[in-house]
Design a protein around this ligand. Structure first.
Ligand SMILES: Cc1ncc(COP(=O)(O)O)c(C=O)c1O
Length: 393
């Protein structure tokens, strides 16, 4: 029986050689490789500044602190995201205010933001869920009216693009105030774990660099290279949110492969979409005309009345791994207490999406035949409605 995982990173001797080079250099913590990775990432997305950190959760934390989010403030976001999005808000002592997602996608409904704004709103985190750009133009426009900073949770969106003022631009330029990326192995490029913050604001970038290393006044590389004795100081509270040079060396190799990775992922997604169109009631993910997803994940909506878990189990029995659609933070016990969040309006689309969608395998090494196999297994796992059985006998 074939085994098709849901995801698989693209790693080979090039990454091994990169890490080997760093290990043998004797400098393994944040240093020259991190600096080079930051520059290459900034160039790739078209950002003025890029600052590498330990993961996207820490990136979100620093982004929120940089725009001034403090205890008691509110930050508007979606519940329908990996829990890290909401958790980062709570690390600041602030309250996540959840609004619903759009009915025909998995991203924030910009229409609902206005009603969620109060005098305590200090930021908006919009998520480019599963690599699909959210409707940033509308998010940024509402935010601008109220002078609220926009943080893009671009954890899944390295290599995704958005049509901006008539030009295709990479997510992360950024189009909001700060964008935060993840290099977890489930993402399109990986450093094992890792994150990146991009911004055009030099003051934010200065803060990220200070805070990621305990707010130490002198970084390791500078102190190491100095011909004079330097005593460092710690002007404010900081964190250990550094990326290592070993991770950055892997990241640099991954970045070189990124265009090829995204191109193949887009081919595979197109193949899925064409085939799924033939299956009654099964809905492929929609890509708006102004978005080009990197297809970090390919998430289908099941026909009405189908049992998500049964279908996933049937696929697993055929050797095909899937995941349920994106979770909702407000349904988790960690968000059980009323003071952990606020809901603006209702979250009906978010809850429906969690319960009626399935993430199918999609990774570069997948063959066209693998896609055919997944779609065939999915089609045969769908239960035929009683009415059709009665008609056809
Ligand atoms: C939307 C979203 N935000 C944040 C994160 C957190 O990323 P990391 O694991 O790099 O901290 C993830 C990771 O899965 C994510 O999917």
């Amino acid at each position: 029986m074939s085994q098709i995982p849901v995801a698989k990173p693209v790693l080979d001797e090039r990454e091994v050689e990169a890490v080997r080079r760093v290990i043998l250099s004797g400098w393994v913590t944040q240093g020259p490789e991190v600096a080079a990775f930051e520059q290459e990432f900034a160039d790739f997305v078209g950002a003025a500044h890029a600052c590498a950190v330990s993961n996207c959760t820490t990136a979100l934390h620093l982004a929120l602190l940089a725009v001034g989010v403090k205890a008691g403030d509110e930050v508007i976001t979606v519940s329908h995201s990996f829990i890290a999005t909401a958790n980062a808000i709570r690390y600041c002592g602030a309250v996540p205010v959840f609004v619903d997602i759009e009915a025909d996608g998995f991203n924030i409904d910009p229409e609902l933001i206005e009603a969620a704004i109060t005098s305590r709103t200090k930021a908006i985190i919009c998520v480019h869920q599963l690599g699909m750009p959210c409707d940033l133009r509308r998010v940024v426009d509402v935010a601008a009216v109220h002078g609220i900073p926009v943080i893009e949770d671009a954890a899944c969106a390295t290599g995704s693009e958005i049509l901006w003022k008539g030009r295709w631009e990479k997510i992360g330029k950024p189009h909001g105030d700060i964008a935060c990326f993840s290099f977890h192995p489930r993402k399109v490029v990986t450093t094992g774990d890792g994150g990146m913050l991009t911004t055009s604001n030099p003051e934010y970038d200065r803060k990220f660099r200070l805070w990621r290393q305990h707010s130490m006044s002198v970084n390791d590389t500078v102190r190491h290279g100095s011909k004079r004795v330097i005593y460092e100081s710690y002007p404010e509270l900081g964190f250990n949110y550094r990326m290592t040079d070993m991770q950055a060396a892997v990241g640099r190799e991954q970045l070189k492969r990124l265009p090829e990775i995204v191109a193949r992922r887009r081919d595979l997604a197109e193949r899925y979409t064409r085939q799924i169109a033939d299956i009654d009631g099964l809905r492929p993910p929609a890509e708006p005309a102004w978005a080009r997803s990197n297809w970090q994940s390919y998430c289908v909506t099941l026909p009405d009345g189908q049992d998500q878990q049964d279908i996933m189990q049937m696929l697993l029995d055929c050797g095909i791994s899937t995941r349920r659609g994106i979770m909702n933070s407000h349904l988790e016990a960690a968000y059980g207490e009323p003071n952990t969040h606020r809901i603006s309006g209702d979250l009906n689309n978010s809850v429906t999406a969690q319960n009626t969608t399935v993430i199918l395998p999609l990774f570069v090494q997948m063959s066209d035949a693998d896609v055919n196999e997944v779609v065939a297994a999915l089609a045969s796992s769908l239960t035929v409605p009683e009415a059709i059985i009665a008609k056809t006998g």
